[in-house]
Write a protein that binds this ligand. Structure first.
Ligand SMILES: Nc1nc2c(c(=O)[nH]1)N[C@H]1C(S)=C(S)[C@@H](COP(=O)(O)OP(=O)(O)OC[C@H]3O[C@@H](n4cnc5c(=O)[nH]c(N)nc54)[C@H](O)[C@@H]3O)O[C@H]1N2
Ligand SMILES: Nc1nc2c(c(=O)[nH]1)N[C@H]1C(S)=C(S)[C@@H](COP(=O)(O)OP(=O)(O)OC[C@H]3O[C@@H](n4cnc5c(=O)[nH]c(N)nc54)[C@H](O)[C@@H]3O)O[C@H]1N2
Ligand code: SF4
Ligand SMILES: [Mo]
Length: 754
């Protein structure tokens, strides 16, 4: 039997351990994909602490996508109307470097932007920060996490004084009540859901509440499903707090000793009596009371959330309002309880640690903090003042910067904005105006390659070595176990070579990814995300490692009873010097006074509420089998069979009014664009709301791009766009052709094979 490799699943932020075996390792006939390429076999890694051997369909089939339609060689063209010609790396690098130099001399580095991704490994992220924020001196690096986790980041930073989810997956098995809000965990974080669901099934006292306008696979098994109107989360959360307050079901000791700002919050929640809240949320008073009752009756409430909370014009306010409930009831800093954001992408967490957003620096530092900048400049061997004190362009302002001519060069890597950005017509028009776009991806074509002047072939997972951090702060080494196709290179190697050619030889003299990681962890020392003990060598030897806060790791008690906080505060609980799986177990936060902060927010609702002309709310999300823009999953037979084409979910009552039945085509129109989908008539969606999956860009279906409909209005704090809701009208369309599984673009597509 040949050697197997342990690695991490490259899809979602659950971060499951995988064990992969070379094709035909056990002497059987070689397993091949439908293009005849041999396939590595995947099983769950039983020794991985986060997933304990479990995998979902995406992890199990990932290797079937690795050899199809790959970008193998750099390609270049002078204008978007020309076709690409294959070039050498040397020619591509020369072009990029001379372009960057010209921009630095004319407008300055602020004309340069890089748009990266939570699918980078930490090493890729780190080197990109060093190049853009350090050597070039512009903070114009942002990642698709801006569309994803940035509201959670902002919420944690404001409430706790630092980013970092405080919980861990063992809490899934220790909680009395799981409060799942704006998350379809069963389909999007399946292994987290499996762990929770097992615990829920086994223990009758354990409750599960799901807050989602749709009756998802997650909601189907909940004890209580609150199908609130989209955008009314703050009403609901304040309404629950209102009831708890009235019942005296709050933890005054915790509030007094560990928090600040409670009086203002208490003032706000007065305005959320059950009659008002039930009406705004579109749920019964009895349902609201039941939810509050579960909170009141449980010793340990664990909240899980993702995009239904984050992707909102009040995303940060939603996150903080959810955290408020935990602070008010003391459901935090202890096993089985706490606010737990489920990270979307496999390494969005690593991105946050490495400073991969336009307002942060490596080691959970802020670009606005002079001391933080000085620390980073020193470690990077740069002159004081080299790092800009201004946050750079966020994802959407890169688009508007192209519109106004302020962006001269856009470097896109490991993301497919021609599908995933809001207001796609506007996004694409801006991309067409770009003076120079570099696109670095593993596959060709993707929707975004049509907007590039240079294509750079990236080695992907399995073809490069690096680390990724999952939602529970566990870092796993992902070793290289296959050769990249053609001349593809790891993202960090590409960035480092550009850095060297720009004259920063000393800054980018790395022998390998392990050396990059060694340098990176220095930035985390004595920071809230201290990874000083972690190295490639140690990960290879000992397996995955969780980071924790060494200064705050003295208490770790697997179970506790009421009176926990008072005993802890009175010094009655012995503090054991154990590595903390959770953050803030000493009840001190990273704020200047050590107290967590309540936030007092009223609900603002949707940025674009329904109106007479556009009477429906469109919400856009995910399906179990597909990953985002399908660059991998669209090429896996089993998954394509599972979800063969796009559709729109519509409530039977609305369908009857429009006189349509299942399978009839509907045209959706928003103020910005239109798209067409066959109807799936189902009670799983609330009346006056419709749902469309995000997965079908222009390469995979005709006129089914969800984001031609959405708008870019964003949370003013996190700058995360409200990708979850916009107002639409529905027009039944008769006599349209059957849905085509692939559009004609796909059949033209080939890898750029020589
Ligand atoms: N299968 C699969 N899994 C994935 C991904 C994938 O592409 N495919 N992507 C990964 C990534 S990057 C991410 S970010 C996560 C996303 O994971 P999730 O956030 O769980 O997924 P979504 O389907 O985008 O949205 C979740 C739910 O939010 C609900 N929602 C919409 N509006 C509101 C609202 O106003 N309030 C509330 N409470 N809920 C609302 C939607 O109905 C939807 O069911 O999934 C990760 N996992
Ligand atoms: N309306 C609406 N829009 C949304 C969302 C929504 O819920 N609703 N969700 C948003 C969210 S949360 C997210 S995360 C985004 C996701 O949107 P995208 O980031 O655009 O989606 P992906 O398909 O994951 O794109 C990743 C790209 O990276 C490439 N890739 C994979 N590995 C590597 C690598 O190692 N190196 C390089 N260079 N390339 C690699 C893949 O081939 C693929 O082209 O979509 C956002 N857009
Ligand atoms: S749950 Fe997420 S990390 Fe685990 S196998 Fe599925 S996609 Fe991969
Ligand atoms: Mo995401």
């Amino acid at each position: 039997m040949s050697e197997s490799f342990k690695t991490l699943c490259p899809y979602c932020g659950v971060g499951c351990g995988l064990e992969v075996f070379p094709p035909a390792a056990s002497g059987r006939a070689t397993h091949r994909d439908n293009q005849g390429n041999p396939i590595w076999k995947v099983v769950g890694d039983k020794s991985h602490p986060s997933s304990q051997g479990m995998v979902c369909v995406k992890g199990a089939t990932v290797t079937e996508s690795l050899d199809k339609n790959r970008l193998k060689y750099p390609m270049m063209r002078d204008s978007l109307s020309e076709s690409f010609r294959e070039v050498s790396w040397d020619e591509a690098f020369e072009k990029i470097v001379s372009r960057i130099q010209k921009i630095r001399e004319s407008r300055g580095a602020n004309g340069i932007c890089m748009y990266g991704s939570g699918q980078f490994q930490t090493e890729d992220y780190y080197i990109a920060q060093k190049l853009i924020k350090g050597c070039l001196g512009t903070n114009n690096f942002d990642a698709n996490s801006r569309l994803c986790m940035s509201s959670a980041v902002a919420g944690y930073m404001q409430s706790f004084g630092a980013d970092g989810p405080p919980c861990c997956y063992s809490d899934l098995e220790l909680t009395d009540c799981a409060f799942l809000i704006g998350t379809n965990t069963a389909e999007c974080h399946p292994i987290v859901f499996n762990r929770l669901r097992k615990h829920h099934k086994k223990n009758r006292h354990v409750k599960m509440i799901v807050v989602d306008p749709r009756c998802t696979k997650t909601a189907e098994v909940a004890d209580l499903h609150l199908a609130i109107n989209p955008g009314t989360d703050i009403d609901l959360l304040n309404g629950i707090a209102h009831l708890l307050m009235g019942w005296g079901a709050f933890d005054s000791l915790f509030i007094d000793e560990c928090t600040q700002g409670f009086p203002d919050y208490a003032g706000v929640i007065q305005h959320y009596p059950p009659e008002v809240v039930s009406q705004k949320c579109g749920i019964g008073i009895d349902q609201l009371e039941q939810a509050a009752r579960y909170w009141a009756d449980s010793k340990k409430v664990l909240s899980l959330w993702s995009m239904g909370i984050n992707q909102s014009q009040e995303g940060t306010a939603k996150v903080r309002t959810l955290i408020n409930l935990h602070l008010m009831t003391g459901n935090i800093c202890k096993p089985g309880a706490g606010p737990f954001s489920l990270t979307g992408q496999p390494n969005a967490m690593g991105g946050r640690e490495a400073g991969g957003l336009a307002h942060i620096l490596p080691g959970y530092r802020s670009v606005k903090n002079a001391q933080h900048r000085a620390e980073v400049e020193k470690l990077w061997g740069l002159n004081p003042g080299q790092i800009s004190r201004f946050p750079g362009r966020d994802a959407w302002s890169m688009i508007t910067g192209l519109e106004t001519g302020e962006v001269d060069l856009l470097w896109i890597a490991a993301t497919n904005p021609a599908v995933s950005m809001p207001d796609l017509h506007r996004t694409k028009a801006a991309l067409l105006k770009s003076p120079f776009t570099i696109y670095q991806d593993a596959y060709y074509p993707t929707e975004t390659s049509a907007y590039a002047h240079i294509l750079l072939p990236a080695a992907q997972w399995s073809e490069k070595t690096g680390t990724m951090t999952n939602s529970e702060r566990v870092v796993t080494l992902c070793p290289k176990f296959r050769e990249p196709p053609g001349v593809a290179k790891a993202d960090w190697e590409i960035f480092a070579e550009v850095g060297r050619r720009l004259g920063f030889h000393q800054q980018f003299a790395f022998a390998d990814a392990a050396a990059v990681h060694r340098e990176f962890v220095q930035f985390t020392r004595d920071r809230p995300c201290d990874m000083g003990e972690i190295s490639h060598e140690k990960l290879a030897e000992d397996g995955p490692m969780q980071w924790y806060d060494p200064q705050k790791a003295e208490i770790e008690i697997e179970d506790q009873d009421s009176g926990f906080f008072s005993s802890l505060l009175k010094g009655l609980i012995k503090k054991e010097p154990l590595k903390g799986k959770r953050l803030y177990t000493d009840l001190r936060f990273h704020t200047p006074d050590g107290r967590a902060k309540f936030a007092a927010y009223h609900s603002r609702g949707l940025a674009e509420p329904p109106c007479e002309e556009y009477p429906f709310v469109l919400t856009v999300g995910r399906l179990y089998g597909h990953w985002h823009t399908q660059t991998r999953t669209g090429r896996i037979e089993k998954i394509v069979k599972m979800h063969p084409h796009p559709f729109i979910e519509i409530h039977p009552r609305d369908a009857a009014k429009l006189e349509i039945i299942d399978g009839d085509w509907i045209e959706l129109r928003s103020r910005r664009g239109k798209a067409r989908f066959p109807a799936k008539v189902t009670k799983a969606i609330a009346p006056k709301t419709v749902f469309v999956p995000m997965h079908w860009g222009a390469l995979w279906a005709n006129d089914a791009e969800a984001n031609v409909l959405t708008h870019p209005a964003a949370c003013p704090i996190s700058l995360e766009p409200e990708l979850k809701a916009c107002a639409v009208q529905l027009v039944p369309v008769n006599s349209l052709p059957e849905p085509s599984q692939h559009s004609e673009l796909m059949s033209v597509s080939t890898s750029n094979q020589r």
